[in-house]
Every structure is written in structure tokens, then in C-alpha cells.
Design a protein around this ligand. Sequence first.
Ligand SMILES: [Zn+2]
Ligand SMILES: [Zn+2]
Ligand SMILES: [Zn+2]
Length: 89
Amino acid sequence: MAEICSHLDQITVDMPGEVAGCEECLKIGAQWVHLRVCRSCGKVGCCDSSPNKHASAHAREEDHPIMSSLEPGEDWSYCFVDEVAFIVD
Ligand SMILES: [Zn+2]
Ligand SMILES: [Zn+2]
Ligand SMILES: [Zn+2]
């Protein structure tokens, strides 16, 4: 794992339980497709299949590299810096 992503030490937030949805989409009344959570600060955003792509926008703007999928049954994470998907314990 450490070989493909050098940012695992930036995972400081546990996976949330119930979430209402993409925080930014809820504010503007937009729709989303899939949800991601930032593992540096816990912000919930929407995936790149969603019209507003809030998760990747957040990663870029805040310099928070790692997002994890919040979809049921999915346990992968993605590093926007290394552009690699992986599974963390
Ligand atoms: Zn990385
Ligand atoms: Zn969104
Ligand atoms: Zn963040």
C-alpha cells in the first residue's frame, strides 16, 4: 500500500455512519450520483459522475488527497495526488 500511495498518514478521520448526502449539493439543492468522504477532514462530497463533482473539487481546493467511497458494499479509497485506488483496513 505504501508503495502506491504516500499519503496514508493523512487519513485522520474514520468513516462516518449515516450521512445526509453531499454537503454542497444539499446547500444548493443539486443531485448527486455517488458519495465520497474526505479522510483528512470528514467532508462528504459527490463523485465525478455527479454534475458538481464536489469530492474532487474539495480534494483540489483543500489539498486533501484521499477520498473513500461511501457507497454500501464498497470499501475502496482513492488518492487524488497519486491517482490510485486502494483499500485501507
Ligand atoms: Zn497518495
Ligand atoms: Zn455534490
Ligand atoms: Zn477534506
